[in-house]
Design a protein around this ligand. Structure first.
Ligand code: ATP
Ligand code: MG
Length: 394
């Protein structure tokens, strides 16, 4: 039995011993049924947040108004949420009010897809009023209740459907797919941050190519934070997305395939962190470049260079190994990794040259670095000093 669940069962035990109901719910039940690794455990309970806070000595009130408290138990966090039902969705934001209900089934009925609307008691007996288990077996994504209504009340579910499709390799049931198509324009009203979270998870799935193709077919592309151009049939499926190695490489793949003009603007519109943006841009420049010199490799860094190369080989169906071998060989010949390894600093240089400080010191350093990287000057202090003495004199 999964260790996480075993510990969590004792959390449920304690809630029950005070006369309340408590069940595992959401993603952990779905992943348990699929025999996939469990990330975190969510619990739904008839106990109100204050009651949960009274039962457990360590709690964190993360969203009391939504009925959620984090319980810290044996160094693990559990999100415990009171059975609830959501108020009307206003402005397509999260519901403004939640109502606590006494019934588990009512809580489950507000959830998005049948396989996300299952609960499990501490003895691992499934409570599955919408036949989520059956849908998992049939590998189909189906909304709880009427799909038109469920997508229009929260269009983020459209993105979630593609995410689950990609991650679990499922297909979207026909009525659900039709409703998703009809409601795609409503995605305009969803905040970029929420869309990005789901899109990113979608890109990480093994079937990202298929999901992207279906997103295009369902007319979702124009409503993305940076509208995506449609591409020719099958191009998303021309390589195996699961062989991509990082989030940054996946974003770069989307940019290349959909022929984005302004790459930086694209990444900004999706509100990605600056660090991610920088690294995607570096991969993209490596993607386009051929004919690497030692200095290019040194400034870009081998990892990013290989990441861009790998992407190009996948998308353009070139062979990777030989090019990788050559680049690694070239990188091995570079005797420093950074400027810090040069055994001379600015002070030393001023002393050798007996001149007053100025921009020339920076220029000298840049040239010195290049000489060393290109293998024209060994990393010997004596020879470097000689080189510095000669600098500017020819
Ligand atoms: P993950 O494994 O990525 O955490 P998850 O299904 O647990 O996937 P969460 O966003 O953590 O996804 O949501 C937890 C649960 O809350 C879902 O399983 C689902 O039951 C419900 N849920 C989440 N988002 C929505 C939504 N937009 N509409 C309805 N129910 C939702
Ligand atoms: Mg979750």
């Amino acid at each position: 039995m999964n260790k996480l669940f075993e510990e969590a069962a004792s959390v449920i035990d304690q809630i029950e011993s005070r006369g309340f109901e408590a069940y595992f719910v959401g993603g952990c039940v779905r992943d348990y049924c699929l025999d996939r690794p469990i990330k975190d455990i969510d619990i739904a309970s008839s106990a109100k947040p204050e009651e949960i806070q009274r039962i457990f000595p360590k709690t964190i009130p993360v969203g009391i108004e939504h009925g959620t408290v984090i319980v810290r138990y044996n160094q693990v966090s559990y999100e415990v949420t009171t059975f609830r039902k959501e108020d009307k969705y206003e402005d397509f934001r999260r519901p403004s009010k939640v109502w606590f209900v006494t019934d588990l089934e009512e809580d489950l009925s507000r959830r998005d897809f049948t396989f996300n609307a299952m609960a499990m008691n501490k003895n691992f007996e499934l409570i599955d009023p919408f036949n989520g288990r059956e849908d998992l077996k049939r590998q189909q994504i189906r909304t709880v209740g009427k799909p038109e209504q469920r997508f229009s009340e929260d269009p983020l579910r459209i993105m979630r459907a593609f995410r689950f499709m990609s991650v679990y390799g499922m297909r979207i049931e026909e009525k659900t797919k039709l409703a998703l198509k009809n409601n795609a324009p409503l995605l305009k009203r969803i905040s970029t941050e929420r869309i990005t979270v789901e899109f990113k998870k979608m890109l990480e799935g093994e079937m990202a190519g298929k999901a992207l193709q279906l997103m295009q077919d369902c007319g979702v592309f124009p409503y993305m934070p940076y509208p995506l151009e449609e591409i020719s049939e099958g191009s998303f499926l021309s390589f195996d997305w699961s062989s991509l190695e990082s989030e940054e490489q996946r974003w770069a793949a989307v940019i290349v395939l959909t022929k984005v003009d302004d790459e930086r603007d694209f990444l900004k519109q999706w509100k990605l962190p600056n660090k991610v943006i920088q690294s995607v841009l570096t991969i993209l420049s490596s993607y386009k470049k051929t004919g690497w010199t030692k200095m290019d490799l040194y400034t870009t860094g081998l990892t990013s260079v290989l990441s861009g190369l790998r992407l190009r080989c996948l998308i353009q169906d070139e062979s990777y190994e030989e090019q990788e071998r050559k680049l690694k060989h070239l990188a091995d010949e570079i005797i420093i990794q950074s400027r810090d390894e040069i055994p001379l600093n600015g002070e030393d240089i001023l002393q050798i040259k007996q001149e007053s400080p100025g921009v020339w010191v920076g220029q000298l350093f840049q040239e010195l670095e290049k000489e060393i990287v290109e293998g024209k000057l060994p990393l010997s202090e004596r020879e470097i000093r000689d080189w510095v003495r000669r600098w500017g004199k020819q």
